[in-house]
Design a protein around this ligand. Structure first.
Ligand SMILES: Nc1nc2c(c(=O)[nH]1)N[C@H]1C(S)=C(S)[C@@H](COP(=O)(O)O)O[C@H]1N2
Ligand SMILES: [Mo]
Length: 394
């Protein structure tokens, strides 16, 4: 079993616990990595499966988030895939179904890159506790990152296989094994077919092999994943092994049941609610850190903001308040501005003797402004109320 994609340090660092013997759905025993990235930058929110986010200060160091500081969100095992044995299948409403090796995929289709922000629909979930706590990984605001992805465009592959009339959705299946309530299944996602056909100057839905100039790490989906710019992270399926073109959304649990905005666990309601695709307008303060002791009469505040991911939307205004929301100071965008990408911002804010919090809110080019209080949903997705951190006056 090839594990050349894992560095020696990652292998040795995990010791004997690094490799878990797990019975796969097929009954075969395979070696599965409970992959921790090769760095100490992330804060684990769950050990198994491994889910982790960076301290927020890391996010504002670079517009492009280094792999070391990039959150990891996995629902199950991290499969160890031999890239030489790997094949991607393309099936469903296509003229020529295909099974293609990684090498052929890379050779046959032009290389394309896309800079896109990935964010988990559960980012900021822990903040729902102020309204009513929800279960799930208790993310702070770090389940987000921006990267340059390299691979081939999904649209090029679909053109090659020929899409039949009636095709409306594209399904993605991953190779990971997820066990919940004694049931074993794999992770899948799907997107409306128009999304796979959109190619703007700066973004297209990709089948990515690289992230920030290096092969995907095991934790981020080696050897192949989808990257769907502007859509919640769950649609960017890691360890991709099959694409199915269909007239309907994928029946996979993570499309049909999970990632929907519903007020309660009600099967009928869930069945009729459409899956979440796009992000939500959002922003967060990343510096200073929550609880910081601030001296002097001004502080530099930094953070990120992102639109709902629709093509052509941009962030028009980011404002910070040091007096509980009575007055707001506009921030300056300090990063490039591109479709499907966050912006980083910075602002020097005057403090009062009573300042005990810093609050941020963003407005987009359509005039939409972040709500003061995020709408509640029982799965805890898309928290996007004004981000508020507590600070102390030194
Ligand atoms: N196969 C597979 N793909 C997956 C997931 C998963 O658990 N399995 N998690 C999804 C979710 S919910 C998110 S937010 C992103 C996270 O990508 P990252 O771990 O590279 O940051 O991957 C998505 N793709
Ligand atoms: Mo996610």
């Amino acid at each position: 079993m090839a594990q050349s994609h894992l560095s020696r340090r990652a292998v040795l660092g995990r010791g004997a616990l690094g490799i878990l013997a797990v019975a796969c759905g097929s009954g075969r025993l395979s070696r599965i990595w409970s992959a921790e990235p090769e760095n100490g930058d992330l804060i684990a929110r769950q050990a198994t499966p491994y889910n982790a986010e960076p301290p927020l200060a890391k996010l504002v160091e670079n517009w492009m988030t280094p792999v070391n500081s990039f959150f990891v969100r996995s629902h199950g095992t991290v499969p160890a895939i031999d890239p030489k044995q790997f094949t991607l299948k393309v099936e469903g409403l296509v003229d020529k179904p295909l099974s293609i090796s990684l090498a052929e995929l890379i050779e046959r289709f032009p290389a394309a890159s896309t800079t896109a922000t990935l964010t988990c629909a559960g980012n900021r979930r822990s903040e729902f506790a102020a309204i009513k706590k929800v279960s799930g990984v208790q993310w702070e605001a770090g389940a987000i990152g921006n990267a340059e992805w390299l691979g081939v465009r999904l649209v090029d592959l679909l053109k090659h296989v020929g899409v039949k009339a009636g095709a409306k959705h594209v399904w993605f299946d991953g190779s990971d094994v997820i066990t919940e309530k004694n049931e074993t299944f794999s992770f899948g996602g799907s997107i409306p077919i128009e999304k796979s056909l959109v190619t703007t100057a700066t973004g297209a839905t990709l089948l990515a092999t690289q992230m920030n100039g290096q092969a995907l790490t095991a934790a981020h989906g080696f050897p192949l994943r989808t990257v769907v710019p502007g859509f919640i992270g769950a649609r960017s399926v890691k360890w991709l092994n099959k694409i199915t073109v269909s007239d309907r959304p994928s029946p996979n649990h993570f499309v049909a049941d999970v990632y929907k905005l519903v007020p309660e666990e009600n099967a009928e309601l869930i069945a009729k609610t459409s899956p979440i695709y796009e992000f939500m307008l959002n922003s967060a303060v990343c510096l200073p850190a929550s609880g910081a002791n601030l001296s002097g009469d001004r502080v530099t505040v930094k953070g990120f903001a992102l639109t709902n991911g629709a093509t052509g939307r941009s962030i028009k205004l980011v404002e910070v308040s040091a007096d509980g929301g009575q007055t707001w100071v506009p921030a300056k965008v300090t990063s490039p501005v591109r479709d499907f990408c966050w912006v980083l911002w910075s602002v020097d804010v005057p403090l009062t003797s009573k300042t005990d919090s810093l609050i941020v809110r963003a407005t987009d080019s359509s005039g939409e402004i972040q709500p003061q209080v995020s709408p509640w949903n029982y799965k805890g997705y898309q928290f996007n109320g004004w981000h508020k951190i507590s600070v102390k006056r030194a």
